[in-house]
Design a protein around this ligand. Structure first.
Ligand code: G3I
Length: 371
């Protein structure tokens, strides 16, 4: 059956009204035989600071990933001192609500504690020391949640858009062994856990080819890798759906599954040509860069619905290759997009609005997922 698309008028009449039947479980139930539909959860949602998004997450999604609390600088801020409180709450919430739980992320150049790569004088540690520290971090974290966290973003964002290695401190010290080592340590800690490589700008040819090569190399070395995570930090004019599809197919051809791991669609103007999600990018606030502070014009909302629907149609078309589609946040005001790459803006990047209402695209997705 052809997917149902709302006309502009119908989309307008439904905007902000949520699911017409008031049945918020339809997203999860419509997709249940296709792929997990997930969301990132923030600490505020886990600790009672944001009960609206917590409820929306509980009712609409079947999978969760921690937005921040499992990053290494939060889990092990000082060597040997682990802080698991929030991560424990996250996993407990997931189990209580019957969610597929993914851990994010074991190795990332960003949000890593300073001590990880340096000695007490601030010099880079030796490859042996870094490998030992990574092993100890990965082993402690993965072991703690063994059998409970079903899959891990083992390495995040280690490849640049042109396909070259990111020259992070981790890479400076360990070189290309960084990724195989991390996958080995994770597998040793929980042989049953799925293991993923996760990155943004995956529709770019350079990155596509490099990730394909990475998966092949890991497999040739006998290391476990179950899926490639394609972050979906997309805009209204990037990437082309066809380029995204090419990458999805190229990854699947290597024999792994594909996950759409961090989906959000910004409507805001970018201060520079933008295809990525590099957290360090930052520009000063200017009013012209925040055009929808008082609400989204109907024409823009309709265009947003149509573009998000295009991506979901692609995911449904390749449902045999995709095991999870995860939104990077629950409701629009949760989204990191409101503060990146320009702080203090009002964006509309997610499937649920600021009142927790399902946007019209949710019904489009439900309709498109029917046989
Ligand atoms: O927790 C500290 C708090 O103690 C401190 O007072 C406050 C002051 O700035 O910062 C808080 O940390 C912030 C953290 O989010 C938790 O809220 C960091 O400043 C902020 O930079 C961090 O941003 C996160 C970013 O990753 C960097 O870790 C975003 O929320 C999160 O959405 C974003 O997620 C990344 C994925 O992990 C990887 N892919 C790209 C994606 C978007 O950048």
């Amino acid at each position: 059956m052809k997917p149902i698309f709302y006309s502009g008028i119908l989309a307008l009449s439904m905007a902000g009204c949520g699911n017409p039947q008031g049945d918020n479980s339809t997203l999860r139930s419509a997709l249940k035989d296709k792929f997990h539909i997930g969301t990132a959860l923030s600490v505020a949602q886990l600790t009672g600071g944001d009960t609206l998004s917590e409820r929306v997450a509980r009712e609409n999604f079947s999978a969760i990933v921690p937005e921040n609390c499992m990053k290494s600088m939060f889990l092990q801020p000082r060597e040997g001192e682990f802080f698991f409180d929030e991560a424990d709450k996250f996993v407990g919430w997931g189990e209580a609500n019957n969610m597929w739980i993914t851990g994010h992320c074991l190795v990332w150049h960003s949000q890593a504690p300073l001590w990880l790569c340096t000695d007490k004088d601030g010099n880079n540690v030796s490859p042996e020391t870094l490998a030992e520290r990574l092993k100890s971090h990965i082993t402690a974290v993965v072991t703690r949640y063994k059998g409970r966290i079903k899959g891990w973003d083992v390495v995040n964002e280690a490849i640049l858009d042109d396909g070259s290695w990111r020259k992070s401190k981790l890479y400076e010290i360990l070189g290309e062994e960084l990724i195989p080592l991390a996958f080995r340590f994770a597998h040793e800690a929980d042989p049953d856990a799925e293991l993923y490589y996760n990155d943004y700008s995956m529709a770019l040819e350079g990155k596509r080819n490099a990730v394909v090569q990475l998966v092949k190399t890991l497999k040739e070395r006998g290391l476990r890798i179950d899926a490639v995570g394609m972050q979906g930090h997309i805009g209204m004019d990037y990437p082309a759906v066809e380029e995204f599809e090419k990458s999805l197919l190229a990854f699947a051809e290597t024999g792994v599954k594909v996950m759409i791991t961090e989906l959000d669609l910004t409507v805001l103007p970018s201060p520079r040509p933008n295809t990525g999600a590099a957290v360090e990018a930052s520009f000063d606030y200017q009013k012209e860069l925040n055009p929808y502070a008082d609400g989204l014009p109907d024409s823009v909302a309709t265009a947003w619905t149509s573009r998000m629907a295009d991506f979901f149609r692609l995911f449904l078309k390749h449902q045999d290759k995709i095991t999870r589609v995860t939104l990077w946040g629950v409701c629009d005001d949760d989204s990191w997009r409101n503060d990146w790459p320009v702080p203090g803006r009002t964006d509309y990047a997610l499937l649920f609005d600021r009142k927790g209402h399902a946007k019209p695209v949710v019904d489009v997705i439900v309709g498109a997922s029917k046989p």
